[in-house]
Design a protein around this ligand. Structure first.
Ligand code: NAP
Length: 549
């Protein structure tokens, strides 16, 4: 049943029942897509579950949250004016600055008028008789759209430990990605943090400053690399602005859209002394230099990986005073078998504080959350606050949490619970006119997300315009092309140190209890992915997609 929008959160859209396109989400990708579609003169509505723009940077407002990409590489490059007027204060901007940036963009381009805030899309149903999607929201509205662009975020569907009693806890409980806007006062409180991934490593030192006692529950100790953040002064900012085109060209040409790209020269081309000097140099450099600024075989071969892992451990161990604890906190898996974490030289030091204890849940599992805290197999933690830094159902979760029903009544969740199949991560066969941004097995919006989405976002906008104005009914992924793409992805998933590792990793979906192991990421370099998209558009969608009237 389709009714005109009541649009409680945006009176400008009241009474409208049909759009050319609906964009789901107003994060970095959604805002850009909304802007692009509007510039083409299309009727478009964005629907955002949060109360503001920024996506990841709206939701993840825990203390310590900050970028791992250099700020000046994680920004929009499509507006000279924007590049000219925005000045980043640090090499790696913190969450508040990023949220300000996306608010600034929304204001400057008057994007808010076409966004429904505080509105979650609950269901998408493809109406085959009209070749349109029915988009149902949690506000009781349903609108129609020829095209839906689901810019729902790769890291937006939070997961919690699969243990009983989660709702029974009588204290405060917060997931890092659902942080209260008013903040959390940890002063004088007993706190437990579950999870020591990228978010945990950022939030733990902040909580340890204030809490009366902090219990850190660690399942898989990971590599923690120094971020090397620092302020950017006016002269440096001016230079970065002047070099924006050069920076854009650089990040458009790397595998993941970061400044750094694995070096073609293997470790065997270095003497041991040269290699050591190279590691030392990179160690002092910012961010991903310490992973992607190194010989490529470190990510592929066990021997070189082990040598580099030993180098990292040599740097990390001395930071923890208790040698036995230090050993336990050292990762045992290969470097980048799961994404490395970054700290501000303050994570390991926390474990030297009197008010902090570590619990290793591989040996002493969490059995339940109770009204007073956490029950471990050996012992009990009574706490006032539990922080879940337990991550996300990455790649698939945000899509599966919408009830998406495609052609023939097929449910996306049911298909994907069996096996995830997409073409380029952008469309799933049987779900016409639905673009999955950050979808599994794709490159759009993964890695350094904004640059990864630049070409894909433009491609989606061009394609949508073509569909709507060219009188076409459907664009869909060719099932044969999707099968072939899946085979290529499976091959990618058997390559590199991550493929041989048993460690839980969201690239394989194994961080979520009960998920089948399947490679959900994609290894195709960004430039190659973008070339593919351009070729598809140039060949009138005869490659991999079916365009029909
Ligand atoms: P994550 O890396 O998946 O870490 C989740 C942590 O929770 C892991 O230590 C995990 O242990 C643990 N965990 C999960 N379930 C558990 C359970 N039942 N019992 C005990 N421990 C449990 O998630 P995240 O830290 O939120 O980061 C996710 C991704 O977000 C990062 O890789 C990064 O791409 C992105 N991120 C980026 C930034 C940034 O750019 N500044 C900041 C934060 C996050 P296991 O390792 O054993 O699964």
């Amino acid at each position: 049943m389709v009714s005109a929008l009541t649009a409680k959160t945006n009176p400008l859209h009241q009474g409208i029942d049909r759009y050319d396109a609906v964009v789901i989400g107003a994060g970095p990708s959604g805002l850009y897509e909304l802007h692009l579609l509007r510039e083409k003169g299309l009727r478009v509505l964005a629907i955002e579950a949060g109360g503001g723009v920024g996506g990841t940077w709206y939701w993840n407002r825990y203390p310590g949250c900050r970028l791992h990409s250099e700020s000046y590489t994680y920004q929009y490059f499509w507006s000279e004016e924007l590049l000219e007027e925005w000045q980043w204060s640090e090499v790696f901007a913190g969450q508040p600055e990023l949220e300000r940036y996306y608010n600034h963009v929304a204001d400057k381009y008057d994007l808010r008028k076409d966004i429904l805030f505080d509105t979650r899309v609950e269901a998408l149903t493809f109406d085959e008789s009209a070749d349109e999607w029915q988009v149902r929201t949690d506000q009781g509205d349903t609108v129609r759209a020829r095209v839906v662009v689901a810019t729902v975020g790769m890291l937006s569907a939070p997961i919690y430990p699969d243990v009983p009693g989660l709702d029974s806890f009588e204290g405060e409980a917060h997931h890092t990605s659902r942080w209260p806007h008013e903040g959390v006062d940890f002063r004088g409180k007993r706190v437990a943090v579950i999870g020591t991934g990228a978010s945990g490593v950022q939030v733990i030192p902040q909580i340890a400053k204030d809490a009366a006692h902090l219990s850190v529950l660690i399942r898989t100790p990971n590599y923690v690399l120094p971020l090397r953040n620092r302020p950017l002064d006016a002269a440096e900012s001016a230079d970065l602005r002047a070099r924006a085109n050069e920076i854009h060209d650089r990040i458009s040409s790397t595998v993941l859209g970061f400044t750094w790209s694995p070096e073609p020269k293997p470790t065997t081309d270095y003497t041991p002394e040269e290699l050591r000097a190279h590691y030392e140099k990179r160690w002092q450099e910012p961010g991903w230099a310490k992973v992607f600024g190194l010989p490529h075989d470190i990510l592929l071969e066990d021997g070189p990986n082990k040598t580099y892992a030993d180098f990292i451990l040599e740097k990390s161990r001395p930071r923890i005073h208790d040698a036995e604890l230090a050993e336990k906190l050292m990762p045992k898996h290969a470097v980048m078998a799961k994404p490395a974490d970054y700290d501000m030289d303050n994570y390991y030091e926390v474990f030297n504080q009197d008010n902090v204890d570590a619990f290793f849940v591989q040996d002493n599992p969490i059995e339940a959350i109770t009204p007073t805290g956490i029950r471990l197999r050996d012992g009990r933690l009574d706490v006032d606050v539990i922080v879940y830094a337990t991550g996300f159902e990455v790649h698939t979760g945000a899509f599966k949490r919408i009830d998406i029903i495609g052609a023939g009544g097929v449910k996306l969740k049911e298909v994907w619970d069996d096996k995830v199949v997409t073409y380029l991560g952008l469309m799933a066969p049987g779900f016409p006119n639905l673009f999955l941004v950050g979808g599994p097995n794709g490159r759009a919006a993964s890695g350094n997300c904004p640059i990864a989405f630049e070409v894909a976002g433009e491609w989606i906008a061009d394609t949508t315009q073509r569909l709507v104005e060219g009188g076409y009914a459907r664009l869909e992924a060719d099932p044969v092309a999707a099968q072939e793409w899946g085979r290529r992805i499976e091959q990618d998933g058997r390559t590199g140190v991550g493929a041989r590792s048993e460690v839980s990793s969201y690239a394989y979906g194994t961080n979520v209890a009960g998920h089948k192991r399947q490679f959900l990421a994609a290894s195709i370099p960004l430039p190659e992915f973008n070339t593919l998209l351009r070729e598809i558009a140039e060949t009138d969608f005869t490659t991999g997609f079916i365009l029909s009237r």
